[in-house]
Design a protein around this ligand. Structure first.
Ligand SMILES: [Zn+2]
Ligand SMILES: [Zn+2]
Length: 343
């Protein structure tokens, strides 16, 4: 099969992903072989490629996988051949530890990430344990469904962690794949909430998309919004938005950081944290780590009910380097998706 393989870490500008012909994997007991139709591209992959997050090497990246069940491993009964399924970042967890037993399998010490600890979806086929795959609601096109599996589901988790109540004000810092889905959830679930969107200065296309999706105010990170935020989610790879989110936060508010790693190039911004301005008055900071199966299982039907229509920009599998390069520079509108088979 064709696969895009990362053999060693490098800056994405060096185009380190290689197109290769490799052996198709065989499904083991309770696993399914999935023919990949589409796979989203995600900032986490940039972290893996550039070495901020350690992946097994060589690795097939990709954890927003939509595909068709091609073959069942022995004892696999959850799906039928031809079912359209999704695979998300959570590839496995131990199922036995205290975290796993209290719906926090995202924090399991044996947590394994798809496309990080196990091969993912930048390929024509992939395998996964049937317990870590989900039926995709009928109404979504393959490319639209892909970003729901990470950008959507983790955005949903981040939103839950904000404890946002109806009538409050939510700030979104960065307006890419995840934020453009979160705004649609908020506008559906909390009719009286206002959403303020902050982007890099001059990201006019992102700002226009935010307005189209109902943002109540749009500005550049660093600007003062018309009212203080009760909660904020930071979707960016930088530090400055966290400092800004804390500065523009209402008393008792919470900032949720949705990133596995932060890029180091603006670390000096953290030194600007001033206790009285940014932290005092019971402001909180919380990060989002990984995802549970129940996040995905709750979010997919909600996405279908709203319905969320992700804005996607498609690329052929061969252009994975290019897609990630554009993602790094904030040039993808909505979510980037590799279209692998029309299936
Ligand atoms: Zn992701
Ligand atoms: Zn566990």
């Amino acid at each position: 099969m064709k696969a895009i393989v990362l053999k060693k870490t490098a800056l994405i500008e060096e185009r380190p992903l290689e197109l290769m012909e490799i052996q198709r994997p065989e499904p083991g007991p309770k696993q399914i072989l999935v023919k990949v139709l589409a796979c989203g591209v995600c900032h986490t992959e940039l972290d893996e490629i550039e070495g901020r997050l350690q992946a097994k090497l060589p690795i097939i990246l990709g954890h927003e996988i939509v595909g068709r069940v091609d073959r069942l491993g022995s004892g696999a009964t959850k799906f039928k051949v031809k079912d359209r399924v999704g695979i998300a970042w959570i590839n496995s967890a131990c199922g036995k530890c205290d975290f796993c037993r209290s719906n926090m399998e995202n924090l399991c010490p044996e947590f394994r990430g798809t496309g990080c600890d196990a091969d993912g979806g930048y390929a024509e086929y992939t395998i996964v344990s049937e317990e870590f795959a989900y039926l995709i609601p009928e109404q979504f096109l393959n490319s639209q469904a892909a970003p729901l599996l990470c950008a959507g589901a983790i955005g949903y988790r981040a939103l839950k962690l904000t404890n946002l109540q109806d009538g409050q004000i939510l700030g979104l810092f960065g307006f890419g794949a995840s934020a453009h889905i979160v705004i649609q959830i908020v506008k559906h679930k909390h009719k009286n909430c206002k959403v303020f969107v902050f982007t890099r200065p001059g990201q006019v296309e992102h700002q226009n998309l935010a307005k189209q999706l109902g943002a109540d105010w749009v500005g550049a990170t660093g600007e003062m919004p018309p009212e203080l935020l009760n909660a904020a989610i930071d979707f960016t790879p930088a530090w400055q938005p966290i400092v800004e989110a804390l500065r523009t936060l209402q008393k008792g508010g919470r900032v949720v950081i949705n990133a596995i790693r932060k890029e180091a190039n603006d670390k000096e911004n953290l030194l600007k944290l001033d206790y009285a301005t940014h932290i005092w008055l019971e402001k909180e900071i919380k990060s989002v780590a990984n995802i549970t199966r129940s996040d995905v299982e709750e979010f997919l039907p909600l996405a279908a009910e709203i319905p969320i229509v992700p804005e996607v920009q498609e690329f052929p599998l061969e252009q994975a380097n290019q897609a990630l390069l554009l993602l790094k520079h904030g040039k993808i509108q909505g979510a980037g998706v590799l279209k692998i088979d029309a299936g």
